[in-house]
Design a protein around this ligand. Sequence first.
Ligand code: AMP
Ligand code: ZN
Length: 496
Amino acid sequence: MTIRLFNTLSGQMEPLVPIDGTTLRMYACGPTVYDYGHIGNFRTFLQVDVLRRALELFGTPVRHVMNITDVDDKIIRNASLAGLHIQDYTRRFEEAFFEDLNALAVKRPTEVPHATGHIAEMVALVERLAAGKLAYQTEDGSWYFRIAGDPDYGRLSKRDFAGMTDGARVELDEYDKDSARDFALWKAPKLGEYHWTSALGPGRPGWHLECSAMAMRYLGDTFDLHAGGEDLIFPHHENEIAQSECATGAVFARHWFHVRFLLVEGKKMSKSEGNFLTLRDLLLRGYKASAIRSLLISVPYGQQLNFTFEGLVAEAAALERLRAFRTRVERHLAQNAFGQGENDALQASVEQHAASFDAALAHDLNTAAARAAVFEVVRLANTAADAGRLGRENATSLLALLERFDRVFAVLTTDDAAITEAALGWAECEGRLHEAPAALLLQRTLTDAQIEAEVEQRDAARRARNFARADAIRDALAAKGVVLEDSKGEVRWRRR
Ligand code: AMP
Ligand code: ZN
């Protein structure tokens, strides 16, 4: 199956097929590692992960390159304030970032190049541009890209930059969206600032240059897809295209994939609004990693997602239902509990919903429609099972559909308790444990084996008809965040 995807560059839906006929080569702008990642960042990385997983599900291998921006204005400033070498400053945020990606079940990219490890490629790119008169050096020693030398400048963001002033410059990596300015490729150091020595003179690379150099180093002059959040369209991606295409004369990335922003309770997330949330903030408050992943990918990449705590609680409940259903069907199979034979109507419905699941993903990665197909068939199958109308073939097909769903959504087998525990361990080191709710901390004192032992004690009390004691054990466990569920003589427990 071929995925059709909206391309920011062409403004149209296009089939996404590898240029080389086999492997899809994609570059996604990675994090700037000067702080912990927030849930907006993770929404973008998750949608890129969903795209990759969907391509793989449909049989296309993916070469996924994601850079680490480990040098930029903010990093240099923060490291110097902290009195650290920039690599010592960025290392812990990079480690934290990969822990967070793991917690969110994001597949590790095939290559993770660091900006500071590719200075030579960046310098060579500026030299190529200079040879073509597209880069020039200013008096302070910095190098700029001459946008007047690129007649197609503005092709991605579709801004009309006619009448732009030749030579107007901007030193910052991120700047006003309405101004076309010659942008810095290589920045000369201010007094005492961290820098590299190079053929261009002392300095450090601009952010845009970093991505062009690393993308072409790992994927070639022309590759299939370039991804990032919608804020990167201008100037970052516009500038990447200008530098790369002016240097090589070839098309840079064929397809541009942009993820729309996440809002929090209807507002832009910002530290000053007080609605700025990192993944760790949410884990520390007891929200489960699987529910966070599920919520952040529930709305298709081309629409804004309004994050709410209510939505997160509802998402966790929806996942519980899916998991409970899967356990139910597995139990039917294990016990061979199929009284009345196959349910042909249900079987037809499962097949139809499985086809809808694939079709939804193939149509501009519509995660909302894909999951709706699975939730709908689970509802139908639960009703059929209640009526004793679930056959063996039905059960097998349903499990296969859930497995297919989870190859892309990856929310059914997450070890949420272990992830929460790791987050609490981190919070303890950071002196932030007091932010966790009491119930979460109480539960932390119980291991799985201790809970099993308590459950057994309660069973024994019930067998001895000592219901008061059985209830007391149940209540004590509940106070520690452990819920017991009795179903048909069997007791299961889960952490709330
Ligand atoms: P940064 O570390 O700031 O370079 O951002 C990493 C990625 O997160 C980039 O692709 C950004 O476009 C993306 N991003 C930043 N804020 C948000 C947001 N609120 N919603 C979605 N993506 C975002
Ligand atoms: Zn980039």
